[in-house]
Ligand binder design. Sequence first.
Ligand SMILES: CCCCCCCCCCCCCCCC(=O)SCCNC(=O)CCNC(=O)[C@H](O)C(C)(C)COP(=O)(O)OP(=O)(O)OC[C@H]1O[C@@H](n2cnc3c(N)ncnc32)[C@H](O)[C@@H]1OP(=O)(O)O
Ligand SMILES: NC(=O)C1=CN([C@@H]2O[C@H](COP(=O)(O)OP(=O)(O)OC[C@H]3O[C@@H](n4cnc5c(N)ncnc54)[C@H](OP(=O)(O)O)[C@@H]3O)[C@@H](O)[C@H]2O)C=CC1
Length: 561
Amino acid sequence: MSTEPSAERDLDGLGEQATDGNTRLTDISGGTEGRSMASIPEYYAGKNVLITGATGFMGKVLVEKLLRACPEVRALYLLVRPKAGQSMEQRVSDMMTCKLFDRVREVNPDFHLKIIPISSELTQPGLAISPEDVERLSACINVVFHCAATIRFDEPLKHALQLNVIATQQLLSLAKQMQHLEAFVHISTAYANCNRKHIDEVIYPPPVEPKKLIDSLEWMDDSIVRDITPRLIGDRPNTYTYTKALAECVVQQEQDKLNIAIIRPSIVGASWQEPVPGWIDNFNGPSGVFIAAGKGILRTMRANNDAVADLVPVDMVINLTLAAGWYTAVHRRKTEKQKDERPKSALVYNCTTGGINPFHWGQIEHHVMSSFKRNPLEQAFRRPNANITSNYLMNQYWILVSHKFPALIYDFVLRLSGQKPQMMRIFNRLHKAIGLLEYFSSQDWEWNSENMSMLMGQLTPEDRRTFNFDVRQLNWPEYIENYCIGTKKYVLNEDMSDIPAARQHLKKLRNIRYTFNTLLVVFIWRVFIARSQMARNIWYFVVSLCFKFLSYFRASSTITK
Ligand SMILES: CCCCCCCCCCCCCCCC(=O)SCCNC(=O)CCNC(=O)[C@H](O)C(C)(C)COP(=O)(O)OP(=O)(O)OC[C@H]1O[C@@H](n2cnc3c(N)ncnc32)[C@H](O)[C@@H]1OP(=O)(O)O
Ligand SMILES: NC(=O)C1=CN([C@@H]2O[C@H](COP(=O)(O)OP(=O)(O)OC[C@H]3O[C@@H](n4cnc5c(N)ncnc54)[C@H](OP(=O)(O)O)[C@@H]3O)[C@@H](O)[C@H]2O)C=CC1
């Protein structure tokens, strides 16, 4: 149960209203309401759903799962912006041809008819939605899933604030105009409060009142904002976690007007089972690190072997999100009797694995390496052999020896053959990226995830299977193997039939390394031993010592026989 001391029973006994205004689920598995509720697919049948961030990693999985597992859903309205010379219609139709949608395409080839793209640029006033579309959405939307955000760790504060906080505020205003809205589900991050070691399923007081910050940054130019950013974000590592914390506060401010759920996933990784094991489409978080290690580029990284790696598969996060949407709407919808009641306060779901089924960075390293040795990536730079260490000096040493030195040699060879040097540039980008991730891999956090467990207790056995987010069932070695294969298949678009050739390539690299090491020894021998009398004397001394030891052990083993 919650660690917060002052909680009083909620009206229907299903939740606890704490004095901080946050609500936590109590044990309701025996409650009658859960049993009388419609199942998840029944609930979404005939509903109009609005999704932001649908072109992103999690948004795509959400759209796919909703279409596949809730085939009676009426329509999905996706807020999408035109990008890179493509219209929003073109982007959405490209998205639907992606492999991710193969399964739903098999079952319902006309699934695209349920998708209605709405042009929207979230950083613009009114989200740049046309008045006709606003009217349309206000009249028909029943559930909102807000996934859009900038997840870049190095985003300038003004932009991160604009997208993660102000856009959320504007979406909430739009939601308040929706006459038939039953649930508003906001996707946050488990790291929004990473300045704390123990994180409950509550919304913590924000580092600053969002409105005050928005007003003050409005008149400042970018260079001033850049200068004061470190002071503002304080003990948070980046503008991403800082603005996501502010966004939670903005959402909380509307909790008396809307039925709200907040989902806080930790590090979202490739899919566990659905629609296919290992589906992933980006380099964010650990995926880029795994690929760099699999390519043999990354050899060292600062991480704590014993710290919990709080990875959570994307399909589990989406299953929880859909279940939370259902629960928020069904449990919190005002009944005839409760017509005048205000919605209850927002429920927060920490969607994490570490407290229930922990796995550590050291184990991840081991399984990633062995998986890429079994299923190598094409054209690896070196044989995969990355080591993580929490020792700063050790890491710096290996960066010099295993990153910079080989990059220099490689670029030298490229220059000699008339090509443009590139390896040092790649390493510089890699160092920047892993530098931003190290904060998360060098320490661990404790999340209370009771609302997640309690929500599971509310599902029918059938829903529990279809919308499975039981992280106890995760078999980590198998998951990591599929994750690595997924990066190969879906991010790098490599063919699995090329694995024998990739293995041959690794053998070639191993032979090159043996040859290189032998040549190095011969070189050292020639330069230092063969040319200097003192080095020769030391060498003979060491060799004779070895012989003496050897004959001593031989003699002692003969005596014992
Ligand atoms: C074995 C060892 C085990 C230990 C393993 C430890 C792992 C320890 C993980 C901790 C993880 C914590 C996660 C916190 C949990 C959250 O809350 S989730 C939010 C997670 N957010 C992120 O991960 C975002 C982090 N990324 C960034 O902030 C920025 O991308 C970086 C790292 C600053 C790099 O910025 P940049 O230099 O501007 O580069 P960017 O344009 O992003 O991409 C670089 C290149 O990557 C490629 N690329 C990037 N994205 C894509 C894409 N979607 N498709 C194709 N190519 C792409 C492209 O080649 C691109 O280059 P070009 O397009 O220019 O040719
Ligand atoms: N990935 C992770 O590990 C984690 C993610 N989260 C949260 O989950 C949510 C989804 O993350 P994820 O899917 O990984 O992120 P992605 O970066 O993959 O997707 C972000 C989405 O937001 C949209 N978007 C960004 N800027 C705008 C804009 N100005 N106007 C309209 N749409 C915009 C993007 O659209 P476009 O395609 O046009 O750029 C894209 O659809 C986020 O809220 C994130 O904070 C939480 C914890 C971990």
